[in-house]
Design a protein around this ligand. Structure first.
Ligand SMILES: Cc1ncc(C[n+]2csc(CCOP(=O)(O)OP(=O)(O)O)c2C)c(N)n1
Ligand SMILES: [Mg+2]
Length: 204
């Protein structure tokens, strides 16, 4: 079995364990699970070094694991109810459940790295709807124009909770779907999980 396949299985199995704990009411706070984007994240993380910063949203279990947070440590935090805003300073990973909340913080981090001539990068993950907000447009424009050491990764599952993002904006394509920018990576994925929860207890 190749290393990528092992890692992919590990990621999927971790989310399945979280899903079971949530459905068994062992986790009392919201969870947001990933599925179907393992290959893309494994590829992206090949370019992320230990000393690089990773910024995420409410959905961040895969990034935490790929940044090196041990499964037991991550699971403990999730059981404590912290899934929605996981932060591990030692691993340089920071998340916020506020739509667009991490974007300016990621830009500021990239600006400070550039000013201090530190050779590390920032990787900022955002959903398709987040990528259409004003704050995302400003942050990406600022990062492009100042050539900051940052990559925004737009993760398109087509939905914002239960709402079709393209329908909202009355557009067949998203702003960053076909945009040629060295600051933006864009990919599409199909998940098997609802926006939040794992399909049995509370979900929305
Ligand atoms: C400021 C703010 N407004 C609304 C919400 C509620 N909310 C949480 S996730 C979400 C959908 C965001 O969709 P998208 O960016 O596509 O991310 P996905 O969950 O699909 O990965 C919304 C509206 C929030 N967390 N913060
Ligand atoms: Mg989405």
């Amino acid at each position: 079995m190749s290393n990528n396949l092992k890692l992919k299985d590990k990621l999927i199995a971790f989310e399945e364990r979280v899903a079971k704990k949530f459905n068994d009411a062992k986790i009392k706070a919201p969870i947001h699970l990933y599925y179907g984007n393992e290959d893309q994240l494994i590829e992206i993380f090949k370019n992320i070094k230990n000393q690089d910063w990773v910024f995420c949203s409410w959905r961040s279990h895969y990034q935490c694991l790929l940044k090196g947070v041990p499964e037991t440590v991550l699971m403990e935090k999730i059981i404590e109810g912290k899934s929605i805003s996981l932060c591990f300073a030692d691993y340089k990973i920071y998340s916020s459940a506020i739509v667009g909340g991490v974007l300016p913080i990621a830009v500021g981090t990239a600006l400070s790295l550039k000013k201090a001539k530190i050779n590390n990068k920032v990787f900022c993950f955002l959903g398709d709807m987040t990528s259409e907000t004003g704050i995302a447009h400003e942050c990406i424009k600022y990062s492009e124009n100042h050539d900051l050491p940052i990559k925004f990764i737009v993760e398109d599952n087509k939905m914002s909770v239960m709402t079709d993002t393209r329908e909202v904006w009355n557009s067949k394509t998203l702003t960053y779907e076909n945009k040629n920018s060295d600051k933006v990576i864009y990919y599409k994925y199909e998940t098997k999980y609802p926006h939040a929860g794992a399909g049995v207890r509370v979900q929305f």
